[in-house]
Write a protein that binds this ligand. Structure first.
Ligand code: I3S
Length: 132
């Protein structure tokens, strides 16, 4: 059986495909541009990989989409909230704001169960005392 430390560590890691868009970059508001990307949460860092154009077959033809990080975000100190209606008309949208690099982005999944699991994992990650 895993010890409690390992259980905790395990709960902080997550990966899957999410829809995401950046809304603010270094303090500057951006026009939304939703894309679907393979997303990994590990060690307090959220990494979005390049848009896989929604299909696993496409990812297989373009392996770099699975190995080249497009955007990494340090979550420590960031704020996580459910996005208000004026942020997006989509359902199940989470907003990560006040990141240390001054960015803001939205993540979304049509499955409430999946987005809730991401909410929990990101909240755990933010809440965890970083080693910075
Ligand atoms: O907040 P907005 O302007 O309604 O966001 C929509 C736009 O980003 C739109 O792209 P165009 O700027 O090319 O129209 C996107 O296609 C929509 O998905 C955005 O709205 P939602 O509510 O889906 O986040």
């Amino acid at each position: 059986a895993l010890g409690s430390k390992e259980e905790k560590f395990k709960s902080l890691e997550k990966a899957g495909v999410l829809n995401r868009t950046k809304t603010v970059d270094r303090g500057k508001r951006l026009r939304k541009n939703w894309s679907s990307s393979w997303t990994v949460l590990e060690g307090g860092i959220l990494t979005f990989f390049k848009d896989s154009k929604h299909s696993a077959a496409s990812a297989l033809r373009h392996p770099s989409t699975l190995t080249t990080p497009e955007h990494t975000v340090k979550l420590h100190g960031a704020t996580l909230t459910w996005a208000s209606r004026d942020k997006s008309s989509k359902k199940n949208v989470l907003e990560v704001s006040r990141t240390r690099e001054g960015s803001e982005f939205l993540i979304q999944h049509d499955s409430e169960q999946i987005i809730t699991a991401w909410h929990r994992a990101i909240a755990d990650s933010i809440g965890r005392r970083g080693s910075d």
